[in-house]
Design a protein around this ligand. Structure first.
Ligand code: ARG
Length: 233
């Protein structure tokens, strides 16, 4: 079984996309963040080392379905489309998509995105919100510019190539904190999303371990402490 193999190997593999501060990002040569702290608890629970695969966000689901990884911790929203291909743990963080614009931008609300060029991280819920293939939102952007890294969308916003960036609220806050003179995050929340850890479809054993760790972290108050630590960082 998956857990027996992990114990025999002496390590558990977690896949992520370390371009998403404060959930996972690079600090010098290390990958750090809220999801990394949670993942270390999962490795601890299994009594093994944690191995991290840092890949593009839009290949994370494939990492699971092709057996390259044991779980994905990537600020990933537990959404219906993904549920067809992976199983999600209990949720551990409430999020939403938010809008970042340059100071003084005419974009003041969601509706002002109509007809504008909007940058997103490829394959994220922000991407689907803006691309609106299912026609579920009333927003019609002129074009959705897709980036592998949120930070590249921010550079294009700063140099005027796009009009706004749509990204998860906590990372948005971090981007704005780094550029307080030039950027603002609008207050409006575009979506209601919950982050969960993904495991290979049908891997009940792995799912159970992950849910036990999350339950412990919640009841002990440790999850809040981890989140607060990265709020301040
Ligand atoms: N919550 C969004 C989603 O699930 C964005 C997650 C991006 N995460 C990352 N590690 N780059 O689509």
């Amino acid at each position: 079984t998956s857990v027996e193999k992990i114990k025999a190997d002496g390590f558990v593999t977690m896949s992520t996309n370390a371009e998403f501060e404060p959930f996972e990002y690079k600090d010098a040569d290390n990958i750090v963040g809220i999801d990394i702290d949670i993942s270390n608890k999962i490795a601890e629970k299994l009594g093994v080392k944690l191995k991290i695969n840092d890949v593009a966000f839009d290949s994370l689901v494939a990492e699971l379905s092709t057996g390259k990884t044991n779980f994905v911790a990537a600020g990933m929203t537990a959404d219906e489309d993904r549920k067809k291909n992976v199983d999600f743990s209990d949720t551990y963080f409430d999020a939403s998509q938010s809008i970042i614009v340059l100071k003084g931008s005419p974009i003041k609300t969601r509706i002002d995105l109509n007809g504008k060029k909007v940058g997103v991280q490829q394959g994220t819920t922000g991407d689907s919100y803006c691309t609106n293939e299912k026609g579920t939102s009333d927003i019609k952007v002129a074009s959705t510019e897709r980036y592998n890294k949120g930070v590249d969308a921010i550079s294009d916003l700063l140099n005027g190539k796009i009009d706004a960036v749509v990204i998860d609220d906590f990372p948005a806050k971090k981007f704005v904190e780094k550029n307080p003179d030039k950027l603002v995050k609008l207050d409006e929340a575009l979506t209601v999303e919950k982050y969960a850890i993904a495991v290979p479809k049908g891997d009940k054993e792995m799912l159970k371990v992950v849910n036990e760790v999350l339950a412990d972290l919640k009841s002990s108050g440790e999850l809040d402490k981890i989140i607060d630590k990265y709020k301040a960082a």
